[in-house]
Design a protein around this ligand. Structure first.
Ligand SMILES: O=C(O)CCC(=O)C(=O)O
Length: 256
């Protein structure tokens, strides 16, 4: 039987905008995903259609790394291009929880392996996801799945509980980042969310979240799997891309 949120956990998600579920997949699968991620970063496995982003400081030549693989910040499109990551994106436990939140017809909006190499990975400023994304209504749900233990030292998630209910907040550009305007929140309001490898933080696309720089000697890798109801609408230019179909049917006039 696939995992399901209890009614308390579902209420928690609605109230706080997030819920953590540990042990979403078997430890062997977490190990295999870690090994596969390492093949992309350090083993010369071709990226193919996967889009890579490197740490801005390395890209600008302000920071040197021992191996080019120690500079990756983001790998996008693994669910479409890699068999193991696709298994994760379609994993029955993840999809079953997502179905409780967004309903039975599900498409994936994006997937991004977020890497924080030891002592190199930089912060991701406080932001909400939906204001970046051309999708209405702003009710997507991401499963932020940890490949490594995520700790306060290596850049676990920090969130503003309940703030998804405030709607989209004003964001500003600050050195290559798009962040919630300073002064709108007090950092003391942030809740840290440390997690074991193999867990999932399911969070609402309007929940403000932040990750600190990795100041530790251990990797922090997590893949953000963002799902939406197939009844969502594309609000950007044109008809929008063909999104990865997870489950169920499509609807006329909605995301393709
Ligand atoms: O993994 C991180 O460091 C940040 C992730 C994030 O901000 C996101 O998935 O929207």
């Amino acid at each position: 039987m696939a995992m399901q949120l209890t009614s308390e956990q579902l209420e928690g998600y609605e109230r706080d905008g997030y819920v953590v579920i540990e042990g979403l997949v078997a430890p062997e699968m977490v190990e295999a995903l870690r090994a596969r991620a390492r093949e992309y970063t350090h083993g010369g496995r071709p990226l193919g259609s996967v889009r890579a982003q490197v740490e801005p400081k390395v890209a600008r030549g302000e920071l040197q790394v021992a191996h080019p693989g120690d500079s990756f910040r983001k790998l996008e499109g693994l669910v479409e291009g890699d068999d193991l990551f696709q298994k994760l994106g379609l994993h029955e436990n993840i999809v079953s929880v997502i179905e409780q939140i967004v309903g039975p017809d599900i498409k994936m909006f994006r997937n991004a392996l977020m890497l924080k190499p030891p002592e190199v990975g930089s912060a991701k400023g406080m932001h909400q996801d939906s204001p970046y994304w051309p999708i209405e209504p702003m009710e997507l749900c991401s499963c932020w799945f940890t490949l490594d233990d995520a700790t306060p030292e290596n850049g676990c998630m920090a969130v503003l509980p309940g703030w998804h209910k405030k709607g989209p907040l004003p964001h500003v550009n600050v050195t290559d980042d798009y962040v919630v305007e300073e002064g709108l929140y007090d950092p003391a309001q942030m809740a840290l969310v440390p997690m074991k490898a193999g867990g999932g933080l399911f969070f609402h696309s309007l929940l403000p979240h932040y990750t600190a720089p990795n100041r530790s000697k251990s990797w922090r890798r997590a893949i953000a799997l963002s799902y939406m109801s197939a009844r969502s609408r594309h609000t950007g230019e044109g008809e929008g891309p063909d999104y990865f179909n997870v489950k169920g049917q499509s609807y006329p006039g909605c995301v393709r």
